[in-house]
Design a protein around this ligand. Structure first.
Ligand code: M6R
Length: 367
């Protein structure tokens, strides 16, 4: 059932192009220019009444929610907060009837996420569930459901569920934007056209797995490393760091690149690996100057940058992995893939149980 792959995780990483297509399918109009989410049963009047969005989730789903915040704020101009579910419940969040709460959960059974959903509804808010399991607890209790069609995910480390959650956020963000008129038809069509290219672009990254295997093998000799990025690159950095910790047991931290000099720079020493995401055009120069800061202290930097910027980025890093060009908002759907593969190959090099890392379960149904 691993379809020729050594592990479920690797199989699931390779299933991402299909998961993207399946999650988009039938939700994009025939002419490919608009998004159709009538399946949600969310009225235009309700959408127009939303004043605030709170995204609540755990682990990797929380990281998808960090990207979701930027997606919704950029496309629909509604303020968004993203919270870890186990924190949300106990911080007396301000939940009003004009708050839309979005819970994100692959399994739809995570206890803290389910409790957050109930808390939101108790306070009069409506809840949208983004989940991969039809009929799960979260899907049954939410007011609106957006299924990610990633298919069964078996490896404890979430990969295709995360990227399908990103696709769900893009679709929902576009749906809000079209209803609210915050983006015109051509802007919406431009995002959709770029989304349609993502599956092939992921394939082209997968085809370069060998390079990432080598990177992972050299990383596997280290005890600590850092991921850095700005904006949504920072959100992806956090996901890359969690993935690596979860299955390779190597200690890593993700930092907003501009925060390094406020403390973390003290930890940078000779030859420490730093993985730097540089995909946001507006932030290129700023991130490059942060890369210079770590390199000046001896760090070995792997840059993940997009096409069109390889020459400039290449001058500042020790190694460069180039991902295809897409819209800045969509880049997480590509840039996370090399990070998933690096974690996979690092875990493999260290001979860990890739699909079943120690101390962890696929679904956390206790609080
Ligand atoms: O099923 P859920 O999406 O609610 O699960 C949330 C987290 O437990 C999960 O994403 C976890 O962080 C993954 N093992 C990370 O790879």
């Amino acid at each position: 059932e691993k379809a020729g792959f050594d592990h479920f995780m690797l199989k699931e990483i390779h299933e991402q192009p299909k998961a993207y297509r399946d999650t988009m399918m039938s939700r994009v109009s025939e002419d490919g220019k608009s998004v159709d989410l009538k399946e949600l049963g969310m009225s235009s009047d309700y959408i127009k009444s939303i004043r605030k969005v709170q995204i609540v989730a755990c682990g990797t789903a929380f990281h998808a929610g960090l990207v979701g915040k930027t997606v919704i704020e950029t496309l629909a101009r509604i303020p968004v907060e993203t919270d870890v579910a186990s924190e949300y419940r106990y911080r007396s969040p301000i939940i009003t009837p004009d708050t839309l709460v979005i819970v994100v959960s692959q399994s739809g059974e995570t206890a803290d996420t389910l409790a957050a959903l109930r808390e939101a509804q108790r306070n009069g808010a409506k809840v949208l569930a983004i989940t991969n399991v039809v009929g799960s607890s979260v899907a049954r209790e939410a007011d609106f459901v957006l299924i990610t069609w990633a298919g069964l995910e078996i490896a404890v480390a979430s990969t295709k569920a995360y990227t399908s959650q990103l696709i769900a956020f893009y679709l929902f963000g576009l749906h809000l934007a079209s209803t609210l008129g915050t983006q015109n038809a051509s802007a919406v069509a431009e995002v959709i056209a770029a989304m349609h290219q993502l599956p092939d672009q992921v394939e082209s990254i997968l085809a370069k797995s060998d390079v990432l295997k080598k990177v992972a093998e050299s990383i596997s000799h280290h005890k600590h490393l850092f991921f850095i990025g700005r904006g949504i690159d920072y959100a992806v950095a956090q996901e890359g760091s969690l993935k690596l910790k979860e299955i390779s047991y190597i200690h890593s931290e993700a930092y907003a690149a501009g925060e390094l000099k406020h403390g973390t720079l003290a930890l940078i020493e000779e030859s420490i690996p730093v993985i730097a995401l540089v995909t946001q055009e507006e932030l290129y120069e700023k991130t490059l100057s942060n890369i210079k800061e770590v390199k000046a202290r001896g760090a070995h930097v792997l840059g993940v940058a997009n096409e069109g910027f390889e020459e400039e980025a290449g001058k500042s890093v020790d190694e460069l992995f180039v991902i295809p060009k897409t819209l800045p908002l969509l880049s997480p759907a590509l840039s996370v893939v090399p990070l998933q593969l690096i974690s996979y190959y690092a875990s493999l090099a260290l001979e860990h149980d890739v699909d079943k890392p120690r101390n962890l379960a696929k679904s956390v149904t206790v609080e």
